[in-house]
Design a protein around this ligand. Structure first.
Ligand code: NI
Length: 185
């Protein structure tokens, strides 16, 4: 397994539509393993393929030890709304409170191509919505009001120089636990 470089805000790959996965190859299995390792090293709870520069419609989640591999996921039910403070492994250090559905049901395939159905509320529900957004080129900042988005983008201008080439290298065991660990999606 290896830790992959994470693409950060400004890299066009984060704005691209992904392509549905059609075959479940050893290469896909390898990508899934590497994405889990990358996400765990970065203390994230979710990671989508575009965040590591890939175009597969694939995301992995690890919400309080509950792990999911979701290939070609689709939200099939939504209910209610909630406000939640979100961050993103591709927009380090910046957070914003946005409105999501309070409960979602997702249908997908797992890493072996078997159909799965996942229901999520609170952090799992938010994470499902955030990661599926990534698979369609959408970021949490798109859900902020215009003024809040402008403020966050201005802050990003001071963070961005830490990531030459818009690449974030995570080294295993060096990320420190912090109060935001549940918000790195
Ligand atoms: Ni994210």
């Amino acid at each position: 397994m290896s830790i992959l470089p994470i693409r950060v805000l400004g890299d066009p790959v984060l704005r691209e539509e992904t392509k549905p996965v059609e075959s479940f190859t050893p290469e896909l299995r390898q990508l899934i393993d590497d994405m889990f390792e990358t996400m765990n090293a970065a203390h994230g709870v979710g990671l989508a393929a575009p965040q590591v520069g890939r175009s597969e419609r694939l995301t992995v989640l690890d919400v309080h030890g509950e792990r999911h591999v979701l290939v070609n996921p689709e939200i099939v039910e939504r209910e209610g709304t909630l406000r939640w403070e979100e961050g993103c492994l591709s927009i380090p250090e910046l957070y914003g409170e946005i409105t999501r559905s309070a409960r979602v049901v997702v249908e997908a395939l797992d890493g072996a191509g078997k159909p799965v159905r996942v229901e999520g509320t609170e952090l799992l529900g938010v994470c499902l919505q955030h990661e599926i957004d990534h698979l369609h080129g959408k970021l949490f900042i798109d859900h902020l009001s215009f003024l809040k988005r402008q403020k966050l983008l201005a802050e990003w201008e001071t963070e961005k120089p830490h990531y030459p080439g818009l690449i974030r290298i995570v080294v295993a065991g060096t990320a420190e636990d912090d109060a935001h660990d549940d918000e790195k999606l």
